[in-house]
Design a protein around this ligand. Structure first.
Ligand SMILES: C[S@@+](CC[C@H](N)C(=O)[O-])C[C@H]1O[C@@H](n2cnc3c(N)ncnc32)[C@H](O)[C@@H]1O
Length: 268
């Protein structure tokens, strides 16, 4: 549901100019990059591929793609370019809900933790799929809150679910979209579909750091709209990165599919 105060991701909360935002995204990248790189490697990227990383953030995935496709071109697209180095890849300031690339522009399109935040995610994904060249791959990785819903730690569950509700209220985020994968890719007629789920733990981990820094940015919303007291928030912030804490955090569900019509035609 789109909340009454819906706004674009990063307009206020999670702006790349916010204190701690680079650290927060670094926690996310450290938690997820290994799995993302492994999944992308199984698609056997070729040196001449044209790649697009949507909502590139810090650009860690863009940089990896640029390294694997040195004779092609890698484009990092984001609505905020301040944290992108452009090291080996091009950066473009574009909004995936509004802007276009010509049909058939890319051999590989990747997006991680972007579409769930977009109220128009399904139509955006359909537009993005048209940017694929014949034989190209679409790889979408997004988060899902189901592991938090089953946490046995009441305070962690309460504050974490309030965080999910706070981003839903602000941006129209859907915290259950990814557990429906790979249906959104099948609907687009993609083939050679695959899917994989990863659930990192909070605690003294990159994910714990990401989650604590996320809570700190959302603190006024948690207090004003979701009944989280200052004491509860302070307890949560201490808990979520503490050495003995290991509750599951948000899942990442990845799905990929190809515009190929024939089976397993990755020899292009
Ligand atoms: C949670 S961060 C994920 C960053 C990176 N993909 C990663 O997983 O490390 C979401 C990113 O998507 C970008 N973003 C949000 N809405 C966008 C839009 N409409 N068009 C393009 N990028 C967008 C944000 O600026 C931010 O960099």
């Amino acid at each position: 549901m789109i909340g009454v105060d819906a706004e674009r991701y990063g307009d206020h909360v999670f702006s790349h100019g916010s204190a701690g935002e680079a650290d927060r995204l670094l926690g996310l990248a450290k938690a997820l990059d290994e799995g993302t790189f492994r999944r992308l490697a199984t698609l056997r990227p070729r040196a001449e591929w044209r790649c697009l990383d949507i909502g590139a953030g810090l650009g860690t995935v863009s940089e990896w793609l640029a390294g694997r496709c040195p004779r092609g071109r890698t484009v990092a697209m984001d609505i905020d370019l301040r944290l992108l180095s452009g090291n080996g890849y091009d950066v473009v300031d574009r909004d995936v809900t509004l802007d276009e690339f010509p049909p058939g522009s890319f051999d590989l399109i990747h997006a991680r933790w972007v579409f769930s935040h977009l109220p128009t995610r399904d139509t955006d994904l359909a537009r993005v799929a048209r940017w694929l060249a014949p034989g190209g791959w679409l790889v979408v990785e997004d988060f899902d809150q189901f592991p938090i819903e089953s946490s046995r730690h009441p305070l962690y569950r309460k504050v974490s679910l309030a965080m999910c509700a706070a981003v839903a209220r602000r941006f129209g985020t859907e915290g259950h979209w990814a557990s429906g994968f790979p249906a959104p890719l099948r609907t687009l007629g993609l083939t050679d579909i695959g899917t994989e789920t990863f659930v990192p733990s909070a605690g003294p981990t990159p994910m714990g750091r990401f989650w604590r820094l996320s809570a700190e940015q959302l603190a006024p919303d948690l207090r004003d709209h979701f009944g989280v007291t200052a004491t509860e928030l302070a307890e949560f912030v201490d808990l979520v990165e503490s050495p003995t804490f290991d509750e599951p955090c948000l899942a990442t569900v990845a799905a990929w599919g190809s515009l190929t019509t024939g089976p397993h035609d990755n020899g292009r």
